[in-house]
Design a protein around this ligand. Structure first.
Ligand code: FMN
Length: 304
């Protein structure tokens, strides 16, 4: 991989600014390894809860012109088994891993962080923002600055890993939410989670495409929303941001960095261009850097 792609993030030097976001490749050590081998510099697990979750019934994903919609329902094998996969992965590959966790209260997040302390994961990410479990859990936690503050504070009191708060786009003031996370001690933000929920209709069957009816919206249609929210959040916080939402090309990475992100996640893009997307986008970034006269990716800064 080109040295021009190397970038510092919370004390780690990553080989690439590209991140595999939570939930995209499942949870197995093999799928994390495939993303690492294809050029992702940082890998995130599926969001893990204290107990295993079956998730929603199929169909759980569907594509449309501008993106995709999903209602996975946070299916996962539970924190213990999920972190075993991270252990297996680390036996083979040194790339840093973010353990994404999902709870419903500061106490649950505290317990999840205690598990992550004993694991091989390098970072913990708090999924405060899943839009496709509204029936079960109500409005995502990151809709409230008080909830965000309490949860991050609780995790910071126990975590031996840097803490990343994953934020929702579905909020009135992203600045307030981002500040609440930073004030509670978050080391970084990850944004944005899927938008919505939204809905797609099958006109032949005359019913919603997803069995759950509604699901989170990801992919290219999210790009302008992600850039605007990252631009706003980065105007008021000092902590780094893992930016995501519609990144599928090298140009998108440069744009999201100019919006204020340090790293760039590629989620739905994996469904568009295959797992090789990490390799392809790394190449596209280097081409851009060479043509535009940048020495390395770190020189691409937030616009005013
Ligand atoms: C199939 C699928 C599953 C996802 N699962 C999770 C998850 O478990 N936890 C989470 O924080 N985000 C989850 N997300 C959201 C992504 O991590 C990402 O924030 C979002 O899709 C926006 O990025 P993108 O446009 O590059 O996909 C999921 C997204 C998709 C498409």
């Amino acid at each position: 991989m080109s040295k021009k792609l190397m970038i510092d993030f919370l004390g780690y030097t990553l080989a690439s600014p590209l991140v595999l976001p939570a939930g995209i490749m499942g949870i197995s050590s093999g799928s994390l390894a495939r993303a690492a081998n294809c050029g992702a510099g940082l890998l995130t697990t599926k969001s893990l809860s204290l107990k295993p979750r079956k998730g929603h019934n199929n169909p759980v994903t569907a594509c449309f012109e501008g993106g995709m919609i999903n209602a996975m329902g946070l299916c996962n094998p539970g924190i213990k088994e999920g972190l075993e996969e991270v252990r297996d992965f680390k036996k083979r590959i040194e790339s840093p891993v973010i353990a994404s966790v999902f709870g419903t209260s500061p106490e649950e997040f505290y317990e999840l962080a205690s598990y992550v302390n004993k694991s091989k994961a390098d970072f913990i990410e708090l999924n405060l923002s899943c839009p496709n479990v509204l029936d079960e859990f109500g409005v995502p936690l990151s809709a409230s600055k008080d909830s965000v503050y309490k949860i991050v504070k609780s995790v910071k009191s126990v975590s031996e890993r840097p803490v990343i708060a994953k934020l929702s786009p579905n909020v009135l003031s992203i600045k307030e939410i981002a500040m609440a996370a930073q004030n509670a001690g978050a080391d970084a933000l990850s944004m944005i989670n899927s938008l919505g929920p939204g809905m797609l209709i099958d006109i032949k069957l005359k019913r919603p495409v997803l069995a759950n009816k509604f699901g989170g919206v990801s992919g290219p249609c999210l790009k302008p929303v992600a850039q605007k929210l990252i631009y706003e959040a980065s105007s008021c916080v000092k902590i780094p941001i893992i930016g995501m939402g519609g990144v599928i090309s090298g140009k998108d990475v440069i744009e999201i960095k100019m919006a204020g992100a340090t790293l760039a996640g590629i989620g739905a893009g994996v469904f568009y261009r295959g797992i090789e997307i990490f390799k392809k986008v790394n190449r596209e970034i280097v081409k851009f850097l060479n043509e535009a006269g940048y020495e390395n990716i770190g020189e691409v800064k937030r616009i005013k």
